[in-house]
Design a protein around this ligand. Structure first.
Ligand SMILES: Cc1cc2nc3c(=O)[nH]c(=O)nc-3n(C[C@H](O)[C@H](O)[C@H](O)COP(=O)(O)O)c2cc1C
Length: 155
């Protein structure tokens, strides 16, 4: 195997934030629509990820081959439902941290509120100021809260 093919197959993670342009009315439905498309495309391209929305911001992790992640980011970047897309970090990753798009879709609003309440206490939320490591930690917390909420729904 050439090094080119092994590097194109190795795992990459990219984290970006953006400003939502979604209107408050129909917000939940609009996010559901984004997630439906994302699940379909990301499964096809073997991309995993997690999307967090709070205070007019999106924060998203994308994991997959470098090509798949860049291709997804290209589509996402030209989407008129948000603006000011800023990549907080990108590079090789050891393991996938965000596998479960389905789980996110099912429990999105409820658990995001739970995390949001914690963030509110720290002052205005501006993910553009987060380091890649802090953004990854925040998304990992969202993931864990969602996993817990999903288990509670199933139980
Ligand atoms: C905040 C945000 C996050 C998105 N995340 C993804 C994603 O992870 N994967 C994806 O394929 N599309 C994502 N999209 C949707 C894309 O921007 C685009 O609408 C979609 O990829 C078009 O796919 P289609 O041509 O198959 O309909 C996202 C859009 C927004 C606004």
């Amino acid at each position: 195997m050439s090094s080119l093919s092994s590097s194109s197959r190795s795992l990459h993670r990219l984290i970006y934030c953006s400003r939502s342009l979604l209107k408050p009315e129909g917000f939940a439905e609009a996010v559901e629509a984004i997630i439906r498309t994302s699940i379909r495309n990301n499964r096809r391209d073997n991309v995993s990820g997690l999307l967090f929305c709070h205070a007019g911001w999106f924060l998203q992790a994308l994991e997959g081959s470098s090509l798949a992640v860049q291709t997804a980011l290209g589509r996402i970047g030209s989407d008129p439902r948000h603006e000011a897309v800023k990549v907080l970090g990108a590079g090789p990753a050891e393991t996938r941290l965000f596998r479960e798009w389905d789980m996110c879709a099912r429990t999105l609003s409820m658990v995001d509120d739970e995390v949001a309440n914690t963030l509110e206490r720290r002052g205005p939320f501006d993910p553009g100021l987060l380091s890649a490591a802090s953004a990854t930690r925040l998304l990992s917390t969202v993931r864990d809260v969602r996993a817990d909420a999903a288990l509670r729904i199933v139980a």
